[in-house]
Write a protein that binds this ligand. Structure first.
Ligand SMILES: [Fe+2]
Length: 379
């Protein structure tokens, strides 16, 4: 069992403190001193915790109000996962990125939540540093350290020296064991292929097309090997956080289906390792929906078939929402929502076949999407 604490926040304190003492350009132009609260303590995740409520979200603009933290806190999750675009960093200047993390850290609701609820995270493009970026982002190594400082990962952690921010944690006793797998869909990702019609010269991202090149990757070989090991370990429920959508394949922006070989490889790996209990969570889209890819009655074990129903619960945005947009998704269950939201996975372990509830909730904590299933469906 991998033990870890996310309460080692010395590195983060240094980083945050460093930001607040960054010199102004000159004493004449220094802004008036601001009252900035010191870094708050963060809750630690116990390896013995039996998780029954895991909340998550994505797309939090650090310079806009973030009232959603209170609704999340009201649900009393035992773990909160930030799964990308946790800030809108969008810079190759690490001082800018660190300043924006500090802005998020100073949000009262975020502080309150993370003082009582452990936080784990992965990143997406905007906190990575550049819209829709992949391995070609020149500051990826530096950005990784800023991200790990924000998460208060110890300077001695192996996460400091390996490339990418992927991570996994498993907690709880046998029979009620929850594994959290946080994928890094940025650090190693091959360049995106422009779709047709590409907005020539517009500089705008997307639409993107599927890249069938065998060399094209999302996770990169090192992360694939690591994921293979993770899926061999024992767990009853595996929450797999991917910043981008896995199941929704029709939308033209970032998604696993831009790399269909990688998408099939993930299904194939879950099948080959007999990894039961996988639930995927995703973000990035500024909308929320629940997708489910059910195996068809076609030849069992086909590469593009999931081994069992794969749910992909997309929650976006915590506060960086957008207007309504019509999008086809044949795998969608129910409606799509564009108002600020967060995701909530509840597990009732008291029944012989654990009962799971997948939800998207509004800024008032109101359920927008709700789907019930039994754990035996995921095997
Ligand atoms: Fe994104």
């Amino acid at each position: 069992m991998k033990k870890r604490s996310i309460n080692n926040w010395a590195g983060g304190c240094i980083a945050v403190a460093a930001f607040f003492v960054l010199p102004a350009r000159s004493w004449q132009s220094a802004p008036p001193p601001q009252t900035v609260p010191p870094p708050s303590p963060r809750a630690a995740l116990s390896p013995d915790a039996t998780l029954s409520r895991v909340a998550f979200g994505s797309c939090a603009r650090q310079d806009r109000p973030q009232p959603i933290w209170d609704a999340i806190g009201h649900d009393r999750p035992e773990l909160f996962l930030m799964i990308g675009d946790n800030i809108y960093g969008d810079s190759d200047d690490m001082n800018v990125l660190r300043a924006k993390y500090a802005q998020l850290e100073a949000v009262e609701g975020f502080r309150r939540l993370t003082e009582s609820c452990p936080l784990l995270a992965t990143w997406d493009d905007h906190d990575y540093g550049k819209n829709d970026a992949g391995a070609d982002f020149a500051m990826r190594a530096e950005s990784q350290q800023a991200f790990l400082d924000f998460l208060r990962v110890a300077p001695t952690s192996p996460r400091r020296t390996r490339e990418g921010v992927y991570d996994a944690v498993a907690v709880g006793p046998a029979g009620r064991r929850v594994q959290i797998i946080l994928l890094d869909t940025r650090y190693f990702r091959s360049p995106l292929k422009r779709g047709d019609p590409a907005p020539a010269g517009s500089g705008r991202p997307g639409p993107y097309a599927a890249d069938d090149d065998p060399a094209a990757t999302i996770l990169g070989e090192a992360q694939w090997r690591w994921l293979d090991e993770q899926l061999r370990t024992d767990a009853d429920v595996r929450i797999v956080a991917s910043s981008i959508q896995l199941v929704a394949g029709e939308q033209q922006y970032e998604k696993w289906m831009n790399f269909p070989r990688e998408w099939a490889r993930l299904y194939g790996l879950i099948r080959a390792r007999g990894a039961k209990g996988v639930i995927v969570i995703s973000g990035d889209r500024h909308s929320a929906e629940l997708s489910c890819h059910r195996p068809a009655a076609r030849p069992a074990g086909a590469d593009d078939e999931p081994p069992y129903p794969i749910y992909d619960l997309t929650s976006s945005a915590l506060n960086q929402n957008r207007g309504w947009q019509n999008e086809v998704n044949p795998h969608r269950i129910g409606a799509v929502y564009f108002e600020p939201n967060y995701g909530l996975i509840s597990i009732d372990w008291t029944t012989a076949d654990a009962a799971l509830t997948l939800e998207i909730r509004s800024v008032e904590g109101k359920p927008l999407i709700r789907h019930d299933l039994r754990l035996s469906e995921l095997r």
